[in-house]
Design a protein around this ligand. Structure first.
Ligand code: COA
Length: 259
């Protein structure tokens, strides 16, 4: 069922590639429930429709995405949760996706914007791309099985610094550590990523999908995501999280020490 109708995610289809463009640049493409629903519907559509052979994610403006809309985190804290509009549904779908996922990333890729890349098959970064996972700054835990997948690529201490201290990972380091394929000048980013997706669309779909399945440890990813989701929900309603969300809204540093 298609639930995600929003002007903030644009969908287009060319040559077997479904492109989902996150387009809320004035808010750095922060993801609302409607946007997650639209992205999730796009992934489901790509999986369902035979003519779609590959999926491409990109973002309008100067940031790929600033991650979850923090004002909506506050609303969820107040009890407004919905399954179809949740980031958890989206990461579950991309983790299970059988078709190739490609991403074109410029500027900030924050939170889910960074962790979703761990489920993409080809990732292209503009020179200014920065992967940032400030979950602990927000008194939350990371998601998308990133607590397993990121240390597997970066080692414990660097992944820990990203999660616990919010240290960004720059584009060339991300390529060096196997998190992305190439650093591309910004003006060539979209054409490079869409050419790669178009190339994948022409490959034999069955062999591609088997190869991807063989490369990914689905049961381990699912188990990690389930445990992360349990703790994430728990964290969302703590005093620490309330302080973090209030601090973001009031544009001040959070004060966890007093809690
Ligand atoms: N949720 C809601 N609004 C967000 C947002 C988010 N995750 N990220 C940015 N915005 C909004 C800002 O509140 C601001 O809105 P305003 O113009 O109405 O005041 C607008 O987007 C521009 O953001 P700003 O912070 O001024 O841009 P910047 O270029 O200085 O910084 C970021 C960009 C992405 C580094 C910064 O916005 C940021 O750190 N955002 C929060 C990221 C985050 O913690 N995400 C959750 C991860 S789990």
């Amino acid at each position: 069922m298609e639930t995600g109708l929003t002007q903030f995610v644009k969908t287009s289809e060319t040559d077997g590639v479904l492109t989902l463009t996150i387009s809320r640049p004035e808010k750095k493409n922060a993801l609302t429930r409607e946007m997650y629903a639209a992205l999730s519907d796009g992934v489901e559509r790509a999986e369902r429709e035979r003519e779609i052979k590959a999926l491409l994610f990109q973002g309008d403006g100067d940031s790929f995405t600033a991650g979850n809309d923090i004002d909506e985190f506050r609303a969820q804290d107040a009890g407004q949760q919905s399954e179809e509009g949740s980031g958890l549904r989206f990461v579950d779908l991309i983790a299970k996706a059988t078709k190739p996922l490609v991403a074109a990333v410029q500027g900030n890729a924050v939170g889910l914007g960074a962790t979703m890349l761990l489920h993409c098959d080809l990732v292209f970064l503009a020179e200014d791309a920065r992967l940032i996972t400030p979950f602990v700054n927000l008194a939350l835990v990371p998601e998308a099985a990133s607590t397993w997948l990121l240390p597997a690529r970066l080692g414990h201490v660097q992944a820990y610094a990203m999660f616990a201290l919010g240290e960004p990972l720059d584009a060339s380091t991300a390529v060096a550590r196997g998190l992305a394929n190439a650093v591309v000048p910004i003006e060539a980013l979209r054409s490079r990523a869409s050419a790669a997706a178009a190339l994948l669309a022409k490959r034999p779909a069955g062999a591609l999908s088997h190869t991807k399945a063989l490369m990914r440890e689905h049961s381990r990813i699912a188990a990690q995501m389930a445990e992360e989701a349990r703790l994430f929900r728990e964290c969302l309603v703590t005093a620490e999280a309330r302080e973090a969300f209030a601090a973001f809204a009031e544009r001040r540093p959070p004060d966890f020490f007093k809690l």
